[in-house]
Design a protein. Structure first.
Length: 319
């Protein structure tokens, strides 16, 4: 299978290196408008460098699109029209309509669009999703130090969208209410945000994301009748506490279970799955429809934050 990586930035480099390590994959090219960067990553991955992705159309079966989010739509559209399967980094695009257009184009062309919500391949999340049956309350914290990357989008589209995708995959219900707040701190965009999403089935999700924290934390907790489940995405472990609610004294029925997972390369697992999906025509774990749903909710959250900010004078400092 012949693959190219479009975008040789921080994450694009890792895409190229993972593909180059797969025996059944030929990494045909690394493409980036920065010629020096393209050459550097291509040399490291043992392939050729290009500055125009149009030059590789016709010579590849699939591509990873790892360009800035504002360019996702045009690049993805061009590649889909050329009959190329896509590993499209999150968020899918900048608008829900663009994401919808890409999904429809992929379906029309019978092409795979897999969206880069790689946390779904984290063994802690896999275990969590296997054990969740009836979530009633979900709490997630995704905190990171400021790295200066992905500042073309806000923290909701940069970080929180991972937990949005996980929550939507767990809670099969429409959304009743969104209450959100957030502020810009180090950039003109929202750098720290919190949202409470109330679903029509009664489940509530409270999500916090920050890219200005001193320590990193990626943890999600799910509460359901008789059970508490926690997934630490950084440490790759789970804490699962169950209780027999028929026992008069709940303290006597609590059974904690700690699950530690091997330190696996989740990006490799994600890209390996993409390759297998293309080869065998399988539907991705996170397809275009799931990616579109996560983007749509993220944009709704941002609108709620914008409405809250419009009632204050915080944003005025960035004008």
């Amino acid at each position: 299978m012949k693959v190219a990586v479009i975008g040789a930035g921080y994450l694009g480099r890792f895409h190229a290196l993972k593909y180059s390590a797969m025996e059944d994959v030929e990494l045909v090219a690394v493409v980036d408008v920065d010629e020096e960067r393209a050459i550097e990553v291509a040399r490291e991955a043992g392939t050729r460098a290009f500055t125009d992705y149009g030059d590789v159309i016709g010579s590849i079966d699939a591509a990873s699109v790892v360009v800035p989010t504002s360019l996702h739509y045009q690049v993805a559209k061009d590649l889909l029209n050329a009959g190329i399967h896509l590993m499209l980094e999150k968020p899918m695009s900048t608008t829900a309509q663009e994401a919808r257009d890409l999904v429809e184009l992929g379906e029309k062309k019978s092409l795979i669009i897999q969206v880069g919500h790689l946390e779904r391949y984290n063994p802690a999340i896999v275990t969590l999703m296997e054990r969740v049956t009836q979530p009633v309350f979900i709490e997630a914290h995704r905190l990171s130090g400021f790295k200066g990357r992905a500042t073309d989008v806000d923290v909701v589209l940069d970080l929180m969208i991972h937990d949005i995708d996980i929550v939507l995959s767990i809670v099969k219900s429409g959304i009743k209410e969104i209450r959100a707040s957030g502020v810009p701190v180090l950039t003109p965009r929202i750098d720290i945000a919190n949202v409470r999403v109330i679903f029509e089935n009664g489940c509530t999700a409270n999500l916090t994301a920050s890219r200005i924290s001193l320590t990193d934390l990626r943890r999600i907790r799910v509460f359901q009748p008789g059970c508490y489940l926690s997934a630490d995405c950084t440490e790759k472990n789970n804490l699962i506490v169950t209780a027999d609610r028929s026992v008069p004294d709940p303290r006597l029925s609590i059974r904690p279970e700690f699950v530690r997972h091997d330190d696996v390369d989740i990006l490799y697992l994600e890209l390996r799955d993409f390759v297998e999906n293309v080869k065998h025509g399988r539907s991705p774990l996170v397809d275009g429809v799931a990616g579109m749903a996560a983007l749509d909710l993220a944009l709704r959250i941002n609108r709620a934050i914008g409405e809250a900010l419009s009632q204050a004078s915080i944003r005025d400092v960035w004008k």
